[in-house]
Design a protein around this ligand. Structure first.
Ligand SMILES: Nc1nc2c([nH]c(=O)n2[C@H]2C[C@H](O)[C@@H](COP(=O)(O)OP(=O)(O)OP(=O)(O)O)O2)c(=O)[nH]1
Length: 132
C-alpha cells in the first residue's frame, strides 16, 4: 500500500515554532505535531498545506522551503510520508484548532520536551540541528 501523503507547517515566529497537540478521539491523540493534513488528489503540497491550515486553525500562512521529508512505517497501519515546510503567518496568530486541544509556541531548543508523533521526529531533529 502506498504511504499516506501528509504535509505539515513548521510555523515560525522568531525562535519559536507552533506546536500542536492532537485532540482526544483523533488518530495519535495526545501526541504533538506540526499542523497540516492529507494532500488531496491533484493538489500541490503547498496548496494542500495552506488549505489545511485555513480549515484547521483559521489563519493564513506563507509556505516556504521544504524542511524535511521522511517516510515512517507504522505497525499495522499505512506508512506516513510526511513533508514539513518552513512557514510564516500571513496575519493573525491562531487561537484555536479544530484538530488540536493545545497550541504552544515552543522555542526550538525546547521542542524535545514534547511527546511528538513518531513521524515528526526527523523534522524536530532537523530543526534542533539548525539551532545548534
Ligand atoms: N497533520 C499532521 N498529521 C500528522 C503529523 N504527523 C503524523 O504522524 N500525522 C498523521 C496523523 C494522521 O494519521 C495523518 C494526517 O491526518 P489529519 O487528520 O491531520 O489529516 P486531515 O485533516 O487531512 O484528515 P481528516 O481529519 O480530514 O480525515 O498523519 C503531523 O505533523 N501533522
Amino acid at each position: 500500500m502506498q504511504p499516506l501523503v501528509v504535509v505539515a507547517a513548521v510555523v515560525r515566529d522568531g525562535d519559536r515554532v507552533l506546536s500542536c497537540r492532537r485532540a482526544p478521539g483523533r488518530d495519535a491523540a495526545g501526541r504533538w505535531e506540526f499542523p497540516g493534513g492529507k494532500v488531496e488528489t491533484g493538489e500541490s503540497p503547498e496548496a494542500a498545506l495552506a488549505r489545511e491550515i485555513a480549515e484547521e486553525l483559521g489563519v493564513r500562512i506563507h509556505v516556504g522551503a521544504l524542511l524535511d521529508r521522511t517516510v515512517t512505517e507504522r505497525n499495522g497501519g499505512r506508512a506516513i510520508d510526511l513533508a514539513c515546510y518552513d512557514c510564516r503567518l500571513d496575519g493573525d496568530a491562531p487561537v484555536e484548532s479544530t484538530d488540536h486541544d493545545e497550541l504552544l509556541w515552543m522555542p526550538v531548543r525546547r521542542l524535545h520536551e514534547l511527546d511528538w508523533a513518531e513521524a515528526d521526529l526527523a523534522a524536530v531533529a532537523a530543526l534542533t540541528r539548525e539551532d545548534t
